[in-house]
Design a protein around this ligand. Structure first.
Ligand code: SF4
Length: 215
């Protein structure tokens, strides 16, 4: 129990509000949290691309550092930029709702973006901005070691695959990439604009979760 209290205190200090426990605290290591925190500090100082000029604060990501599934969007929006948390605006609320409809909790997974700073007027990040920021995401994945990375939208998919992706044609694709399983689906913001796609996004989230938990 002493060890558990220590872990919880570290998580609280790092700003974690939720804790999802799977198979005991042994899976949540101090090392992972410390490594993620190092990245948080680095991005606070980062000026590798022009997006640093427009941010209120960078948004690292949040969730279970031992997640089997990581959701990746393209970049923070206005709400995320203000709060310093990923997927907390309308699109984020939809993502959270769909995860719950799939029978899970948001805190069970890790949620982040390709770019850690908000692009002006929420424009799509440029390929150069994504390339500049990608090493941070790559390090997050190396620390968390998820089985599945669910790419939300064509922009996130492009950052991983290095090519244009038509998400309406390629959603549902399962791609092996550097030891991870990539699962491509819609960005929840697309679903807000196209409500008929909500059921498809829900089914995709269920499939990504299924893949993450299958041995
Ligand atoms: S978007 Fe990424 S690379 Fe660009 S300034 Fe922010 S943290 Fe640095």
């Amino acid at each position: 129990m002493g060890q558990l209290s220590k872990h919880i205190r570290i998580l609280e200090e790092l700003g974690y509000e939720y804790l999802y426990l799977e198979g005991g605290m042994a899976d949540i290591t101090e090392e992972k949290l410390k490594e993620l925190e190092k990245i948080r500090k680095e991005i606070q100082e980062c000026k590798k691309c022009d997006l640093h000029k427009y941010r209120t604060q960078p948004v690292l990501g949040e969730g279970n550092p031992d997640a089997r599934l990581v959701f990746v969007g393209e970049a923070p929006g206005g709400d995320e930029d203000k709060q310093g948390r990923p997927f907390v605006g309308r699109a984020g609320k939809l993502l959270t709702k769909l995860i719950e409809e799939a029978g899970h909790k948001r805190e069970e997974f890790y949620i982040t973006n390709v770019c850690k700073c908000r692009p002006p007027k929420n424009r799509t990040p440029t390929p150069w901005e994504m390339e500049a920021c990608f090493p941070y995401l790559k390090r997050q994945l190396e620390i968390i070691k998820p089985k599945v990375v669910c790419l939300l939208g064509g922009t996130a998919a492009r950052a991983f695959l290095g090519r244009q992706v038509s998400i309406t044609k390629e959603r549902g694709s399962v791609i092996n990439w550097n030891g991870y399983i990539l699962y491509l689906t819609y960005h929840p913001a697309y679903v807000l604009r196209n409500p008929s796609a909500e059921q498809t996004l829900l089914e995709d989230i269920k499939k990504a979760i299924q893949l993450a938990y299958s041995d």
